[in-house]
Design a protein around this ligand. Sequence first.
Ligand code: FMN
Length: 128
Amino acid sequence: MHRIVYVSTANDLSEDDLAELLAEATAHNARDNVTGFLLYNGNNFLQLIEGEADRIGQLMARIEVDERHSGVVRLIDEEAADRCAPGWAMQQVAMNASPDLRLDGLLTVLPKLDPATAKLVRNFVMLN
Ligand SMILES: Cc1cc2nc3c(=O)[nH]c(=O)nc-3n(C[C@H](O)[C@H](O)[C@H](O)COP(=O)(O)O)c2cc1C
């Protein structure tokens, strides 16, 4: 099992662009047994992806050249025993919901992340 968490900067995406991206990601991930979540605050993405190492490597190579965003920086790139987000083909957290509601959505995964990453995700969710 391999896990990557990265941040990036979005390139002018409309609501429709974002919906299309999520639909594509969710369908591919269900097929490839990839799980995770995608946070978008209007400017930046923070995404967690996890799954079989080769699949994650291939996915990350596609994501890094995707022109819908740029400046991809990996925060975590590690082998892991278990998934943090086993049920999520690609969970989106609605950033137009209140900060408390946004956090509620992530409470099941935060305790499974190491404390520093959990804090980073928490801060990202609270900002916008
Ligand atoms: C922020 C962001 C997150 C993405 N997340 C995923 C993802 O989780 N799974 C996925 O298959 N594609 C994701 N994509 C899309 C890929 O970059 C790529 O377009 C898609 O996998 C299709 O690639 P293909 O046309 O080469 O098959 C994401 C793109 C962006 C910009």
